[in-house]
Design a protein around this ligand. Structure first.
Ligand code: PLP
Length: 409
């Protein structure tokens, strides 16, 4: 079975040897005073009830176009789980994006919005047999696996489908590592890709994910070389793999220092050429966070400011949103969001917490965060770059708080 991708012809000229400028740093002890897009500023100024997430769709569009510009030959599959808002899916579909789905429910969502099934990949390596059969019946033709049992399910319930084998990844330097749970080692990948052919499936390549919010461009280099070595070994068994899927991981703008985006793109594409030579397999990307995070802002309100004892200088600041309202990625203080208030006086350190009656609902305790000393109960506070993995993580009603409202502008 052929994949329906259009190959625009490989032309990697112009990918120069790299000069990556030093990373740009944010300092949590300083107020973030930069403006959001005018559309977002105007909406926030209208003071809808908090908490909510507002997304500037024009920003999502510009990120998609930037990605396309930097990776002119890649097939882009938006990882729907990052933010499944219908408006985002429709916008990306109109721009020509494909989609990576994690469940039959995301499949139904994409289909209901008019996305064509051959544009979908089912990248989750943990799927029920009935869901594989359902997706296959719907016309999905690209599936991932990382174990023998999953491969056998695919052979049985998605006969002839295009399959890709996920490799283990370290998740080093990633703020939200996905290591261990996914992927298999190279030796197993070799055996399973050969086996997939015997099962009547169409092996198209390997996939790996270097960890979400990966800030170090070099982390894509080694897996690329490992994949190339595997491809050479498989070629000796007359198995040629046409694709390489480098998953997601491209970073958004939190506290961490980032290289300019072109540095990630050039490092990755140079590694592809170095590893595979002048006619590399086609590149597939599954960006989630990169496309939507910076387009979003959560507006929240300060519910309480408290001290635990007299003379205790550290203020506890309780917001009307916490880990269960959409900020799940503050787990272990992994993702360090930038905050913005509307006061500009001297700063003092804070512990930030959410509003629920659960002691796990603390956002930042170890990470140094500072907010203006004249901050008051009832003030609004903006949590920046929160367009990814927030609304889709919010609980349905823990402590009675409703799921995070989203406005796509
Ligand atoms: C979550 C996920 C992605 C998206 O990762 P980001 O770091 O958000 O870009 C891509 N591919 C797969 C298989 C995923 O599970």
């Amino acid at each position: 079975m052929q994949t329906s991708y259009v190959n625009s012809g490989l032309d990697y000229e112009g990918i120069s040897s790299l000069v990556c400028a030093p990373p740009l740093c944010h300092d949590a002890s300083q107020a973030d005073t930069r403006s959001l897009t005018p559309k977002l500023e105007e909406f926030l100024a209208s003071r809808p009830e908090t908490p909510f997430l507002a997304i500037d769709l024009a920003h999502v569009q510009s990120k998609y176009l930037e990605l396309q510009r930097e990776f002119p030959h890649a097939a882009i599959h938006y990882a729907v789980k990052a933010n499944p808002s219908p408006e985002i899916i429709q916008l990306l579909a109109a721009l020509g994006s494909r989609f990576d789905i994690a469940s039959r429910y995301e499949l139904d969502l994409c289909l209901s919005l008019g996305v064509s099934p051959p544009w979908l990949s089912y990248g989750n390596t943990v799927k029920k047999a009935v869901d594989i059969a359902y997706a296959f019946a719907c016309g999905v033709r690209i599936f991932s696996f990382d174990s023998e049992a999953e491969l056998e399910k695919l052979g049985r319930y998605a006969p002839g489908a295009d399959v890709q084998c996920r490799l283990l990844s370290q998740g080093k330097s990633a703020d939200w590592p996905l290591s261990k749970k996914f992927g298999c080692d190279l030796e197993m990948a070799y055996a399973l890709l050969l086996k997939s052919r015997d099962l009547g499936l169409n092996p198209i390549g390997v996939t790996f994910h270097v960890g979400s919010q990966q800030t170090d461009p070099q982390q894509w280099v080694e897996p690329m070389h490992q994949a190339a070595e595997l491809y050479r070994q498989l070629e000796r068994q007359n198995l040629e793999l046409a694709w390489i899927n480098i998953g997601g991981g491209l970073p958004a703008t939190y506290q961490a220092a980032l290289f300019p985006f072109s540095c990630y793109a050039q490092t990755i594409q140079q590694a592809l050429l170095d590893a595979f030579g002048p006619t590399p397999p086609q590149l597939m990307l599954e960006p989630g966070r990169f496309l939507v995070a910076d387009a979003g802002v959560i507006q929240s309100e300060i519910v309480l400011i408290a001290h635990k004892s007299r003379g205790d200088l550290r203020r506890w600041v309780y917001l009307d949103i916490g880990k269960f309202g959409g900020l799940a990625e503050t787990m272990d203080e992994c993702i360090k969001y930038r905050l913005r208030t509307h006061r500009f006086g001297p700063m003092g350190s804070v512990i930030l917490a959410g509003p629920t009656c659960d002691s796990a609902d603390v956002l930042y305790e170890k990470t140094p965060y500072a907010l203006p000393l004249d901050l008051a109960i009832g003030d609004r506070i903006e949590i920046l770059s929160t367009g990814a993995y927030t609304s889709s993580y919010a609980s349905v009603g823990f402590n009675g708080f409703p799921p995070l409202r989203t406005y796509c502008l």
